[in-house]
Design a protein around this ligand. Structure first.
Ligand code: UD1
Length: 426
């Protein structure tokens, strides 16, 4: 079987890496267990990785390939930035040629970025022969809905799901959303969360990151004067155009965090868009690290007692290390709401909705919107809690990618059998 996986933007890489690892494991197993080499080759999966180049900066892309041990993509489309229409059209035109040249049996698409939708549209309309044969479309992280159609990702999710043949969901709400939209039950597979597969696989390795020392977040004399302790800090990410492209919203969020920043450092790795807006708006943050401005140093080796520490975008392991040790995360990202739930770290989401309701149900995530008083209130509520529960959502156990590969093999070997029956038998 020939599988082609597409990645394009930062949040795709950690979702695709476990799928590629599961394919490699499958291949090693069939090659070592098959009685003859020919049969092993037959059962092995040929895999092609395509990178659209939607994200292209070293810090937004290559750093993740290194941290996640992703193979070099066989195909790089190099589309870069542009308006939604330009970016989507560019990916579509180039991806069509890739499909025609490789004729995969399955196209695996992850998440909800423009690359996901562009490749779904091409795959559903391609025709390899006069019978109209085309690859199966497998959408990983299907069914999530914020019910806010002003979000470009919501449109990407709805349209990708409508044309997908196999829909792999991460939580119960996604299954219900898809059923409500008329997707046949036997196309939907509740497999868990491949982003959480990556997190669980890298959690220990992230401890080797030097980021805590680089940001001077360790202080001497914790633990009764001996050794080092971690200075309590919060972690902030913002990149949604609705939050950072508008001065009023951006300022509201920062003001909502001022109280927190007066007592604790807030580490803020800024997306290129966010960094540009900070500069354009002339927003004066208190900045430390190798940053553009240096936080007024009192000569001590410790991080400042408060303020916002602006950094470049961070690699996967550095960011995971910071998330693990943070007392609180504030974000407008979708994935970070899930990762903080898995780590049991309190999260304040500065958006009015979430497409990942399981993170709220499990008690780690508060949806605060962008009103500064509501943000302050959510921060206070989290900090006043004695402990945050650490329940893991169902099937967030590090095995989502293996379930996906097993399902794809079934779909390929038994194309006529009901996948719903298969999943009941599994
Ligand atoms: C994209 C995704 C979003 C995801 C986010 C994660 C869509 C619609 N949006 O948003 O869902 O949460 O990625 O980061 O697909 N830029 C660089 N270097 C890069 C990439 C982008 O400087 O490597 C700048 C460009 O100026 C570009 C802007 O960032 O115009 C936005 O990039 P784009 O890929 O269009 O969307 P994101 O905001 O990153």
């Amino acid at each position: 079987m020939n599988i082609l996986t597409v990645v394009g933007a930062r949040p795709n890489f950690m979702k695709a890496a476990p799928i590629i690892a599961a394919i490699n494991q499958h291949n090693q197993r069939v090659l070592s267990e098959s009685p003859d080499q020919h049969q092993g080759q037959e059962e092995a999966i040929q895999h092609i990785l395509v990178h659209t180049g939607q994200h292209y900066d070293d810090l937004m892309s290559n750093a993740f390939f290194r941290d996640l041990d992703l193979p070099k993509p066989q195909v790089y489309l190099g589309v870069g930035s542009g308006s939604h229409a330009v970016q989507t059209a560019e990916i579509m035109t180039k991806f069509e040629q890739v499909l025609l040249a490789n004729r995969p049996a399955v196209v695996v698409l992850v998440g909800d970025v423009n690359s996901t939708l562009a490749c779904a549209l091409v795959t559903t309309k391609i025709s390899f022969d006069s019978a109209g044969s085309r690859p199966l479309i497998a959408h990983v992280e299907a069914g999530l809905r914020s019910f806010d159609r002003a979000m470009p990702e919501e449109i990407n999710r709805i349209l990708t799901d409508q044309v997908s043949d196999l829909l792999f969901v991460t939580e119960d709400s996604a299954l219900h959303n898809l059923r409500n939209e008329g997707v046949a039950r036997d196309k939907i597979h509740f497999v868990g969360n491949t982003m959480i597969d990556s997190l669980l696989a890298c959690k220990e390795r992230a401890e080797s990151s030097a980021i805590m020392d680089k940001l001077r977040l360790r202080m001497q004399g914790g633990n009764n004067g001996a050794g080092t302790a971690i200075r309590p800090y919060a972690l902030l990410t913002l990149h949604r155009p609705s939050n950072v492209d508008d001065l009023g919203s951006f300022r509201n969020i920062v003001e909502g965090l001022e109280e927190l920043a007066s007592s604790h450092p807030i580490v803020f790795p800024a997306h290129p868009r966010t960094r540009r807006r900070l500069e354009e708006f002339g927003m004066r943050l208190r900045v430390a690290l190798d940053g553009i401005d240096v936080y007024p140093s009192d000569g001590s080796a410790a991080a400042p007692l408060g303020g916002i520490i602006l950094t470049d975008p961070l690699g996967y392991l550095d960011f995971l290390c910071l998330m693990k040790h943070a007392m609180l995360v504030v974000t407008d990202s979708g994935g970070i709401q899930e990762e903080s739930t898995c780590l049991g770290i309190p999260c304040v989401t500065v958006r009015n909705s979430t497409e990942r309701p399981v993170t709220v149900e499990k008690g780690t995530n508060l949806i605060a919107g962008t009103d500064k008083e509501r943000i302050k209130d959510a921060v206070r509520r989290h900090l006043a809690r004695k402990s945050v529960p650490q329940p893991l959502p169902e099937k967030w156990d590090g095995r989502a990618a293996s379930r996906i590969i097993a399902t794809l093999i079934h779909a390929h070997v038994h194309p006529k059998r009901s996948l719903f029956e298969e999943s009941l038998l599994a």
